[in-house]
Design a protein around this ligand. Structure first.
Ligand SMILES: [Zn+2]
Length: 149
């Protein structure tokens, strides 16, 4: 999922927060009641009565879950520190509940593999042939992750 989110966003050269660039969604958009644009993508439901079916979800919610292991309640929108509603940079997103098993996963090193830019690179290059910013994008989050761990 991380690769998919990265492939559907670009590192912004115009919006920043706290010294880091926004990741601007370049996939499908949906507009809120207040007229704000949010990234949207289809995700497959993993459990419950609708398991296996597909539903639309806002991209920043998916990003919080995929990168930070944070889960937002159904009605909770989730916030952007950067105020860019279509940004999915996990470090610009607030809200959600940290799940204990994420910490366990990180400790066991499984997260590290998922974040490994070398693993992500071929997939991303296939998805975005020739896009210059992509390598930076992967390197950025990869570096950030490794710096924190
Ligand atoms: Zn942002």
């Amino acid at each position: 999922m991380q690769e998919r989110l990265i492939a559907n966003s670009v590192v912004s050269d115009r919006f920043f927060w706290n010294g880091t660039p926004c990741w601007e969604w370049i996939g499908k958009y949906v507009y809120s009641n207040r007229g704000l644009a949010y990234g949207q993508l289809n995700v497959r439901i993993k459990s419950g009565p609708r398991k296996g079916k597909v539903r639309s979800e806002r991209a920043h919610r998916v990003a919080l879950r995929a990168f930070k292991g944070r889960y937002l309640g159904k009605r909770y929108v989730g916030g952007h520190s950067c105020n860019i509603s279509w940004c999915i940079n996990p470090d610009h997103l607030v809200g959600g509940t940290q799940q204990a098993n994420v910490r366990k996963t990180v400790r066991e090193g499984r997260h590290r593999n998922q974040y490994n830019p070398q693993n992500a690179q071929p997939l991303l290059e296939a998805a975005f042939d020739g896009y210059v910013g992509l390598k930076d994008h992967v390197a950025y989050y990869g570096d950030l992750y490794h710096a924190a761990n």
